[in-house]
Ligand binder design. Structure first.
Ligand code: NCD
Length: 336
């Protein structure tokens, strides 16, 4: 755990193999430990986590709140529409107001890419000792979701020792609306960082060719890739080909609210080509787990019968795992 050096968590491109290992190890400890009710852990007693959510959320916001409470932190939820932002106060001044009230960790979701990063930089420059955790910014990044997906897969492959090595050499298929998905982007950094080979599958309108090179270089502003040897990314337009030999499949929500033009001819046609069903999964050649970050368009990305089958679909497991993973992140940032 000694190698952890992050004061903020903005993007998994900045994570080393050790960082992934640290989060998974802590998350596993929290996952197997009873931490609710009277058994709450005192680790974050006296700390204040403030959620700044400028975009809709069910799972992420609740999961951070539960995680903070299980570590005995105080939690403050900020509601933008009823706040002084509507009177013209800037986001930075709003954040500084919460710093003055004792906030130690901000959890930030915004529809614009880069907002959590900019807020972290401005708070650092102001001398505030406060951490920023990105809970999803535009199409850019959703690190806690990438980490909980990684943890869920690691636990599936190695239930007793869910380490990054459990992912090494696995063929993980990501199907669907990659273009609009910050979850897919965070998963690409996390999965290849742990040595998994990722196959991306979707129509060209939702999966541009350039994604094959997504992890070839660190993002602008980051000097080096902290991972020495990454797994590969390949594109496969045909779902049956993509699924052949897969070890796990992740499907993504069609983000209709972010689609500017008609990127699909119809939802039915999309489901026929890229929707997951029990029958299509037979192409994998063995039983494989299916993941989805939620919320699901039932019957579009995946058949309702598959979503309701806990033997095949790990959606509920992902949600459960979100809490120990976020506990791990809050714990690490509170100590950093
Ligand atoms: C995702 C998000 O908001 O980026 N949801 C989530 O956090 N579980 C994915 C989505 O909205 O489709």
């Amino acid at each position: 755990m000694s190698s952890w050096s992050h004061r903020h968590v903005i993007d998994l491109a900045a994570f080393s193999l050790d960082d992934f290992g640290t989060v998974l190890e802590l998350a596993q400890r929290f996952r197997v430990m009873p931490t609710s009710g009277a058994r709450k852990l005192p680790a974050l007693q006296g700390k204040l986590m403030t959620s700044l959510f400028f975009e809709a959320s069910t799972r992420t916001r609740s999961s951070f709140e539960i995680a903070a409470k299980r570590l005995s932190a105080d939690v403050q939820n900020f509601a933008p529409s009823s706040s002084s932002l509507s009177k013209g106060e800037s986001l930075l001044d709003t954040a500084r107001t919460y710093v003055a009230m004792g906030t130690n960790i901000f959890v930030v979701r915004h529809r614009c890419a880069g907002v959590p990063q900019q807020l972290a930089a401005e708070l650092d420059a102001s001398g505030a000792r406060v951490a920023v955790l990105n809970a999803g910014d535009g199409l850019h990044s959703h690190p806690s979701q990438g980490l909980l997906d990684l943890f869920t897969l690691a636990r599936h492959f190695a239930p007793d020792a869910p380490t990054p090595e459990a992912l090494c050499g696995r063929r993980i298929v990501i199907v669907g609306d990659v273009l609009h998905s910050r979850v897919a982007r965070s998963n690409l950094w996390a999965l290849t960082g742990c040595g998994a080979d990722v196959v991306l599958c979707g129509p060209p309108t939702l999966l541009p060719d350039a994604f094959a090179h997504f992890v070839d270089a660190p993002p602008p502003g980051q000097a080096a890739d902290p991972v020495g040897q990454r797994g590969t990314i390949t594109l496969e337009r045909d779902l049956a080909q993509a699924l052949a030999g897969a070890d796990a499949v992740m499907t993504l929500r069609l983000q209709k609210e972010r689609m500017q033009q008609h990127l699909l001819t119809s939802l039915d046609a999309y489901h026929r080509s890229f929707g997951l069903t029990h029958q299509r999964l037979e192409r994998c050649g063995k039983p494989v787990p299916v993941l989805h970050p939620g919320p699901v368009n039932r019957g579009v990305e995946m058949a309702g019968a598959l979503l309701d089958d806990p033997a095949a679909c790990l959606v509920d497991e992902q949600v459960t795992n979100g809490i120990p993973v976020r506990m791990a992140l809050l714990y690490l940032l509170a100590a950093a």
